[in-house]
Design a protein around this ligand. Structure first.
Ligand SMILES: [Zn+2]
Length: 396
């Protein structure tokens, strides 16, 4: 069996001849996922040993991965404005004094909390009588003055004001920019240093995942959608979730909302519990719900990780990806923190969502596990599930 895309992070698949041209999936109940390459090579992954054997393959429509974009859900620090703080700047009227002025100003007003701000900037306006301007100090650090003047700002024994013009107020970025949009916004006010995280930049453009990666993401979220519809048919909320082992490219567990049994059995809680069951733990049984299932890691001879012993199994969800149709609530988000989830992909936002809408649990600094979250995978189809929920509530 040719496994041509071992991991999302695999470096060479862009150039592999077997690029995805179509995605065929049987229904979730068949438990089979099939990706076809140009060469007709197929990759087959058993969804679960508890499901029915493959009886037929339903060849679905072309996998339209261009219809959605997965965007990262960044922390507040990454997504909010950098903020601005007022400072006094002054023109350097004698360029030869620049290095002395910077040295003396750094000593008198060190700007310790603004290491990202450059002390001197070039004046861009043509015809300016002076080519450079320098930050003197923050307005909040300036001495009390009746009239603002360069001599009032600089005590005679600190910085010689030779070569400096009269001060004026500017706004400078209060925090270092963490993303390119923040950097571009900050730079409009004053030149700023920026240590770019290229992955974040690409992710914000919606270009982090290649076409083959998106094809797999499409398959996984389609499974979650199928589970969500199964829940709806049983009169529960149309929410589905799929846990994936990205290293093995296989689905570990499929769950859906089971609140008919228990108010806390949200789809994500069900999915995490099923993963625990796959590792010999878990608390509940979902025998009444055939669309809820898991694959036992140790009892599957085909998919067993080479050399993996029970003791070396990951701690519940370590390294796993969760695909869930709706943004999880706080309870589910905390369950994902505790179970050490690798990444989360969700389709549509929720008013009480804990991964971007109401909270950003995945980026809380005071929690001991943080992870990446992406939203928008099959967003339209996931959003459409809400209308199914409306039918349930109306008793249809
Ligand atoms: Zn929940």
């Amino acid at each position: 069996m040719v496994v041509w895309m071992r991991r999302f992070e695999a470096p060479n698949y862009h150039n592999h001849k077997g690029t995805v041209t179509s995605t065929s999936m049987c229904s979730l109940r068949c438990g089979i996922f099939l990706l076809q390459s140009d060469e007709g090579t197929s990759f087959r992954a058993e969804n679960t040993k508890t499901m029915e054997p493959q009886t037929k393959r339903w060849k679905g429509s072309e996998c339209d991965t261009d219809s959605w974009v997965a965007y990262p859900v960044l922390s507040d620090e990454q997504s909010q404005d950098v903020g601005l703080v007022e400072a006094y700047a002054a023109p350097i009227v004698n360029k030869k004094e620049t290095s002395r002025l910077v040295r003396e100003l750094n000593s008198l007003y060190p700007l310790n909390d603004l290491q990202h701000v450059k002390r001197v900037r070039a004046v861009k306006e043509k015809g300016s009588p002076h080519p450079l301007e320098v930050l003197v100090c923050l307005v909040s650090d300036a001495p009390a003055m009746k009239v603002v003047s360069i001599d009032s700002l600089l005590p005679s024994d600190g910085v010689k004001s030779d070569g400096l013009g009269e001060p004026f107020v500017v706004k400078v970025p209060a925090r270092p920019p963490l993303t390119r949009p923040q950097f571009e916004q900050a730079s409009k006010h004053w030149p700023t240093s920026f240590h770019e995280d290229k992955q974040v930049t690409v992710a914000l453009r919606g270009e982090l995942f290649s076409a083959p990666q998106k094809a797999r993401m499409h398959v996984y979220m389609t499974s979650a959608l199928t589970a969500a519809r199964a829940a709806n048919e049983l009169g529960m909320e149309a929410v589905g979730a799929v846990m994936v082992d990205p290293a093995m490219e296989r689905i570990v567990a499929v769950g859906h909302d089971c609140r008919g049994d228990h108010p806390l059995h949200h789809a994500v809680m069900v999915c995490v519990d099923l993963v625990a069951r796959s590792q010999g733990g878990g608390c509940y049984t979902y025998d009444r719900y055939p669309a809820c299932s898991f694959t036992s890691l140790t009892s599957d001879p085909v998919q067993k990780i080479p050399g993996a012993e029970a003791s070396s199994q990951p701690y519940i969800c370590t390294g796993y990806d969760l695909y869930v149709t709706r943004e999880p609530c706080v309870m589910c988000a905390m369950a994902l923190v505790h179970s050490r989830i690798g990444r989360v992909f969700y389709g549509s936002a929720s008013a009480d969502g804990a991964f971007g809408t109401k909270y950003k649990i995945h980026s809380q600094k005071d929690l001991n596990h943080r992870f990446e979250v992406y939203k928008g995978v099959l967003g339209k189809q996931c959003e459409d599930l809400n209308s199914l929920d409306g039918h349930v509530k109306k008793g249809k």
